[in-house]
Design a protein around this ligand. Structure first.
Ligand code: SF4
Ligand code: SF4
Length: 179
């Protein structure tokens, strides 16, 4: 019994040492600019920018390989903030200023094909094959990906209504927005 406990303790210490060394010597150095840009993106991982998620989009921005207008859900506000942070100019005339939106499925047009459910990365759609589908408004982050796959144009985006629970003061201007 004592032998077993002793060997387990030795194994634990050895493995801990190996993991500690691996964490130290194999650690991937983070790019501070990339992390900063990632924090400025919505974080919805919707992939509309053409990258797998916001992290990959931030990495491309930091390398100067992606335009500051790459993020459709971020809209004009995110594009402006990215342009200021990166010190570049961008044509934002196509980016109208709009608030947060959520998807709504029009019941009469839904044929229950389930395409939108498969497309939604946050499981915000409920439904079953050949039955009417619906969007859980609170779970929808407004990426609009489901609209593109619907064969009957049954989905539309609507502005999130302002209520006491989602109203907030306008964000104060940061150092980035002042320069
Ligand atoms: S817009 Fe559509 S795909 Fe995007 S989160 Fe909302 S329900 Fe899901
Ligand atoms: S993709 Fe359109 S038709 Fe198909 S289930 Fe979704 S809302 Fe209904």
């Amino acid at each position: 019994m004592l032998m077993a406990v002793g060997s387990l303790t030795v194994m634990g210490i050895a493995l801990g040492g190996i993991l500690g060394a691996a964490a130290r010597f194999l650690a991937v150095e983070e790019n501070p600019l990339e992390e900063e840009l990632k924090a400025m993106l919505p974080g919805s991982q919707c992939g509309q920018c053409g990258y797998v998620g916001c992290g990959q989009a931030a990495a491309a921005l930091a390398r100067g390989e992606a335009p500051v207008t790459l993020c459709p859900p971020g809209g004009r506000a995110v594009a402006e903030a990215l342009a200021k942070r990166l010190g570049v100019t961008a044509d934002l005339s196509e980016h109208e200023e709009k608030g947060p939106e959520y998807a709504v499925i029009i019941e009469e047009l839904c044929i229950g094909c389930t395409r939108c459910i498969k497309e939604c990365s946050v499981d915000a759609i409920m439904g079953a094959n050949k039955l009417m589908h619906t969007v859980i408004a609170d779970a929808c982050h407004g990426c609009a990906k489901c609209i593109k796959v619907c064969p009957t144009d049954a989905i539309e985006m609507r502005p999130v209504p302002m209520t006491l629970s989602n109203w907030h003061w306008a964000k104060p201007e940061t150092e980035h927005t002042l320069h």
